[in-house]
Design a protein around this ligand. Structure first.
Ligand code: ADP
Length: 456
């Protein structure tokens, strides 16, 4: 069902319910008011007629009836009976057998002095009357409020017609208002359907910039920009990755072609194979890096798996690095390590933490002439802080922002081997662990990478 129809139906149902309650309340109040008014006039009639009957016993009852009909237009002939102490009809203006009464009712009137009740279509009022000789009588008057009931019926009819008319109007206006309030949504819908994946720069009209729809359009535009940005990133990532893979592959191809051009000595073949092995090594490293980058994009739950001691990981990296690259020197300053080991323990995946610090230490050694990395561990009540510094080539000030982008390499680092993806992997991993990575650097003096990770 369309939202427009839904809103119109809901609106109609609510208004119809309110109107129905309102109409019923008015009807019930009018009915109550009519009855009260009728009882009052009936009591007045009872006393007036009783006074006439008791004071003037010789009064002609036919005459009374005629007076009744002609003087009290709102009251149809009230039948009045006057009873003495022994429940006998002492006076009457109508024949007693056409009037409803019972000894219980008479006793109740004597007890309560005044009773209002109803019988069949008629309303009945009973009251006490004392004549000049202090004799007590029960006066009973009953009549049907034909005029009042007719008025009530008219009110009911008017209300039913008014109610149906109002509901009809509500349905029509409901459809109209729902349509006009949803019009901007339909327009946004149309605009959205015109936007395609290749056309993400297109923006929605934000209208008056004030209402909820404008906020929706603004947020949608922001989402489009983010999508556009990540599409662009994706595109440049793919082209950079293929470029990085193609270079060593092309080198391998040309090396093989050159080697095959003529007969070579076994020594020459050996050299070619060595070179191929090194290129192959580079390719493996690169694909591993790309794989890790792709993995670090995955679910956050995948990276939060175990308690990892950062000091132990650093110690292991120190050992491994110095073993595989004897030129490299890794110094770890444990002086500021807190006593509580929880302060250097993070909840993460061990291999990812290893990747982060392995890359930073490797870079520090690689980009400095003395091939030395100085590592320092500190902690405060929330975070474990590790800094990796060197006294190497440094990073030019205007490039510092870019080093965490995939495949970015600074101009002064081109003569060093590298693919430019290590730091982007570090950045993504640290971000996934809700930490921060930053760098301070000066060309010719050295760099310091600082990693802040929340500890357990
Ligand atoms: P790679 O080292 O393989 O090129 P990274 O992503 O690790 O890739 O680093 C990106 C770039 O940042 C490097 O190419 C280099 O220009 C710069 N860089 C990283 N670490 C350092 C460092 N310790 N000193 C100077 N420059 C660095």
């Amino acid at each position: 069902m369309q939202i427009r129809t839904k809103i119109a139906i809901q609106f109609t149902l609510i208004v119809a319910l309110i109107l129905a309650l309102f109409s019923i309340a008015i009807y019930l109040l009018s009915a109550n008011y009519r009855q009260k008014e009728f009882y009052n006039s009936l009591r007045d009639r009872a006393l007036t007629t009783a006074r006439l009957l008791i004071k003037e016993p010789q009064i002609d009852r036919q005459l009374l009836k005629v007076i009744d009909r002609n003087t009290l237009t709102t009251l149809y002939p009230a039948q009045v009976l006057v009873f003495n102490d022994s429940n006998q009809v002492a006076y009457y203006n109508y024949e007693a057998d056409t009037v409803y009464y019972s000894p219980e009712l008479l006793n109740r009137i004597r007890e309560n002095r005044y009773v209002e009740t109803a019988f069949s279509d008629k309303e009945v009022v009973g009251t006490m009357y004392q004549d000049t000789l202090s004799q007590n009588f029960v006066v009973l008057a009953q009549a049907e409020d034909v005029y009042g009931k007719q008025k009530l019926e008219n009110i009911k009819d008017t209300m039913i017609v008014g109610y149906l008319g109002a509901v009809l109007l509500t349905i029509l206006s409901g459809f109209f208002f729902a349509g006009s309030s949803l019009k901007p949504i339909s327009e946004i819908n149309e605009e959205i359907s015109r936007i395609t994946a290749s056309d993400l720069r297109r923006k929605l009209d934000t209208g008056n910039n004030k209402d909820e729809l404008a906020t929706l359009a603004v947020n949608f535009n922001k989402m489009l920009s983010r999508l556009d940005q990540s599409f662009e990133l994706q595109k440049s990532f793919v082209s950079n990755a293929s470029h990085e893979l193609r270079t060593p592959l092309a080198a391998v191809k040309s090396e093989i072609q050159v080697a095959l051009q003529k007969e070579r000595t076994p020594e020459e073949y050996k050299n070619v194979l060595k070179s191929l092995l090194s290129d192959n090594q580079r390719l493996i490293q690169l694909t591993n890096g790309l794989l890790q980058l792709a993995k670090s994009e995955n679910n956050k739950e995948d990276v939060l798996t175990e308690n990892v001691r950062i000091d132990e990981i650093l110690f292991k990296i120190q050992e491994d690095t110095m073993h595989s690259q004897p030129k490299f020197q890794v110094n770890i300053d444990y002086e500021d390590i807190p006593e509580d080991i929880n302060w250097v323990t993070v909840f993460a995946k061990q291999t990812l933490i290893q990747t982060v610090f392995g890359n930073l230490i490797d870079n520090a050694c690689k980009y400095s002439d003395n091939h030395r990395a100085d590592v320092r561990i500190k902690a405060n009540k929330d975070n474990c802080i590790v800094s990796v510094s060197d006294t190497g080539i440094g990073i030019p000030h205007d490039e510092i922002e870019n080093v965490f982008q995939p495949f970015y390499r600074t101009k002064n680092a081109t003569q060093y081997k590298g693919s430019g993806i290590g730091l982007s992997i570090c950045h993504r991993i640290v971000k996934m662990l809700d930490g921060k990575i930053s760098v301070k650097s000066e060309v010719g003096k050295g760099s310091m990478f600082i990693v802040v990770l929340p500890h357990v």
